[in-house]
Design a protein around this ligand. Structure first.
Ligand code: BTN
Length: 238
């Protein structure tokens, strides 16, 4: 079921409540404490965008395969934008980009029980009708800016729910090879030379060659060697 709330702290926190179950979606018009990745906040103007959390109970998925869930979610967003006529790329690990601009942020939070995922909250912020963003958001874009029209947010949410259900079925059915291939095929900056920085400040030119099934990013250095990085170990220079 879809639950619509007015103002909350973070939909990810609300969706943790025991009253919500597998497949439920909690969306809010405004979050007073929206959270992003790497400890950042997520800013979104009241009533203009989609800020929501999907509750999943992926008991079937071993903890070691949890990156597949992230792939399924990112691909569902890719499919959703494609249906709207917007071509996107997935920026590792799970931002949705149009060109060099970010249209969607995803914050996935897992709980575990006995080596399996017990409950996962998939928090998603899609920039929909907002056309102006504060200067400290690095590179935002919205559907309205991309297509020069406004959208009915609830209709979009229902459309996304269908896209997610398709990709989640692939995950449940063990079609992991397909998810991995599709994720690779729309990976932002794959096979292109760009600049990256490492956590110790090292700056280098490299080429993304892919992502391991565990989620590590594989980057080829100028010496031809491929090295892999965990989230937080490497940053894109945009
Ligand atoms: C990021 O790109 O940094 C992730 C942003 C995730 C934002 C969404 S909005 C709905 C859900 N609730 C939150 O507090 N965060 C996520």
């Amino acid at each position: 079921m879809i639950y619509h709330l007015d103002t909350v702290g973070s939909t990810n926190d609300v969706a943790r409540g025991a009253e919500y179950h597998d497949g439920d979606i909690v969306w809010a018009d405004f979050q007073t404490a929206g959270r992003g990745q790497r400890g950042h906040s997520w800013e979104s103007r009241a009533g203009e965008n989609l800020t929501f959390s999907v509750v999943l109970e992926p008991h079937f998925l071993p903890v070691t395969e949890q990156f597949m869930l992230l792939e399924a979610v990112a691909l569902a967003l890719y499919d959703f934008f494609a249906e709207l006529g917007v071509d996107t790329k997935i920026k590792w690990t799970n931002d949705i980009y149009v060109g060099d601009k970010k249209a969607v942020g995803i914050l996935i939070e897992h709980s575990y029980s006995g080596g399996k995922l017990s409950r996962t909250i998939v928090g998603i912020g899609i920039n929909v009708n907002q056309r102006e963003f504060s200067a400290d958001i690095p590179n935002p874009v919205s559907l309205a800016l991309l297509t020069d029209r406004n959208y009915d947010r609830e209709a979009l949410l229902k459309q996304f729910e269908k896209c997610l259900s398709c990709r989640y079925s692939q995950l449940k059915n063990g079609e992991w090879g397909k998810l991995q291939t599709d994720y690779h095929s729309v990976l932002y900056r794959r096979d292109e030379r760009h600049t990256y920085t490492l956590a110790d400040g090292t700056r280098f030119e490299g080429i993304i060659r892919g992502v391991k099934p565990t989620g590590d990013l594989i980057v080829e250095w100028e010496d031809g060697k491929q090295r892999s990085y965990l989230f937080k170990e490497i940053e894109f220079v945009l």
